[in-house]
Design a protein around this ligand. Structure first.
Ligand code: NDP
Length: 433
């Protein structure tokens, strides 16, 4: 904290991990002597660079780009790129730090990284976004590659942006290899990559409920966000028999008390593809609540799938009043520490993002394997492997559980411990650097 006092998101992420692993870590003399925890909390390197680009009016605009290469002890650096006005070094360090443990939990050979820019795609034309991506890659290409660092998408970076970034990478390096994931399926992308984070989140939720002899069937699920993760989580939850009662964006929430339907999802997808707002659905048969969050709508399960710290302490209280039984995170660190504490005290089942949203990066790992093999797997094959990955992560959490029954599992503690142990042991084996 003394070193970077202003990086509050990063400190929050580190504190979450430290409080979970400390009792175990204190008993590991060899790891403590090797300073594993202190070293893990410092990125291998942070690359920061200027991104200059020309807007449609011919004016030169300037943004700042970053790639935080946090840890590559388990494999090449891996983690998404985020384009949003709220991006800064603290946000990318928290995301990169989370990514190390998330990737470790998947059991796949991937290190942890994150990157992006303080560029806000909202209100920008497709041509402006393409020019921005090309300028961003003009610097980033020096630092990535299939055996070095393999970025993917995140907020503000979807399939279209990844395609332009990949095209720019090809031009700059004249080398076709899997240096980015989330590519289109006709040029090296994997089936199910787009859907994987949302689908995986629902699979993980079912595994947590299953450990309590419960299912998603008939449950009311409140979901925040209306981007990639939220929409795919919503569709999968409905397919599994749940009633999805909300979706949202930064302007407000749409509610359908008897459950959103496939045609609602199609409308929302169309609006979002045109970079529109959910408010456009006001009066179209859906209940749109301007400025509201989803957490005021009664639900059994909450799936925050928008952004960090979107569930604050008062939202946690509202969720408890509304009868919430489980929370399963599609977004990264969507709960403030206070909200998480409140829900923990009330005994709410809590799947942390580093476990429940790891399906996306796992399928990115599959995309890397397919690119390396010059092969492509079928949709069914990838979905089957995704389910196996989520089951593996759930199993690794249960392995860390020292309570009396599956019903008492503290997934936050267990996921942190399982992810951390694998990285820590590898770091000790490598010696000090
Ligand atoms: P998208 O950009 O596709 O969607 C983000 C959604 O969140 C939009 O609906 C956006 O609304 C909403 N949102 C953003 N900020 C706020 C806010 N302050 N309040 C309310 N809503 C907000 O991103 P993704 O779906 O890809 O990512 C969502 C979350 O999932 C992020 O935390 C990301 O890190 C995490 N994640 C994503 C993965 C992936 O594979 N894409 C993998 C693992 C985690 P608006 O349009 O108004 O901004």
């Amino acid at each position: 904290k003394a070193r970077d006092p202003h990086e509050k998101e990063f400190h929050q992420a580190v504190e979450d991990v430290v409080s979970a692993v400390m009792p175990w870590y204190l008993e590991q003399d060899d790891l403590r002597r090797a300073g594993v925890l202190e070293r893990l909390a410092e990125p291998d390197r942070t690359i920061s660079f200027r991104v200059a680009w020309e807007d449609d009016a011919g004016a030169v605009q300037m943004n700042r780009g970053w790639r935080v290469q946090f840890s590559h002890v388990l494999g090449p650096y891996k983690g998404g790129l985020r384009f949003a006005a709220s991006v800064d070094q603290s946000v990318l360090k928290f995301l990169g730090f989370e990514q190390i443990l998330k990737n470790s939990l998947t059991g796949l050979p991937m290190g942890g990284a994150k990157g992006g820019a303080d560029f806000d795609p909202k209100g920008r034309s497709d041509r402006e976004i393409a020019r921005f991506c090309q300028s961003f890659m003009a610097e980033l290409h020096r630092h990535i590659g299939p055996d070095i660092d393999v970025p993917a998408g995140d907020m503000g970076v979807g399939a279209e942006e990844i395609s332009v970034l990949f095209g720019a990478y090809l031009r700059l390096t004249n080398t076709w290899h899997g240096a980015l994931t989330g590519k289109g399926c006709t040029f090296g992308g994997s089936p199910v990559r787009l859907e994987a984070t949302g689908y995986g989140c629902v699979y993980f939720c079912e595994l947590m409920l299953g450990a309590r002899d419960d299912t998603l069937e008939g449950k009311r699920v409140a979901i925040s966000g209306s981007g990639n993760v939220a929409l795919h989580a919503a569709e999968k939850a409905v397919e599994r028999g749940a009633k999805v009662v909300t979706l949202s964006d930064s302007g407000g929430v749409v509610v359908r008390e008897d459950g959103l339907r496939q045609d609602d999802f199609a409308d929302i997808r169309r609006i979002k593809a045109g970079r529109g707002r959910l408010s456009e659905l006001d009066g179209a048969g859906l209940d749109y609540r301007d400025g509201a969050k989803p957490w005021g709508v009664e639900c059994d399960v909450a799936m925050p799938c928008a952004t960090q710290n979107e569930v604050e302490e008062e939202d946690a209280a509202t969720l408890l009043d509304g009868g919430v039984k489980a929370i399963c995170e599609g977004a990264n660190m969507p709960l403030t520490a206070e909200a998480a504490g409140r829900l923990r005290e009330a005994g709410v089942l809590h799947g942390p993002g580093k476990a429940s949203n790891a399906g996306g990066v796992a399928v990115s790992g599959f995309e890397q394997s397919q690119n390396a093999q010059r092969q492509s797997w079928s949709r069914d094959e990838v979905d089957r492997r995704l389910k196996e990955i989520m089951k593996g992560i759930h199993g690794r959490c249960l392995d860390m559980h020292d309570g009396d029954g599956a019903g008492e599992v503290d997934y936050v503690r267990c996921a942190n411990l399982a992810g951390f142990r694998r990285v820590a042991q590898a770091m000790r084996s490598f010696g000090v650097f």
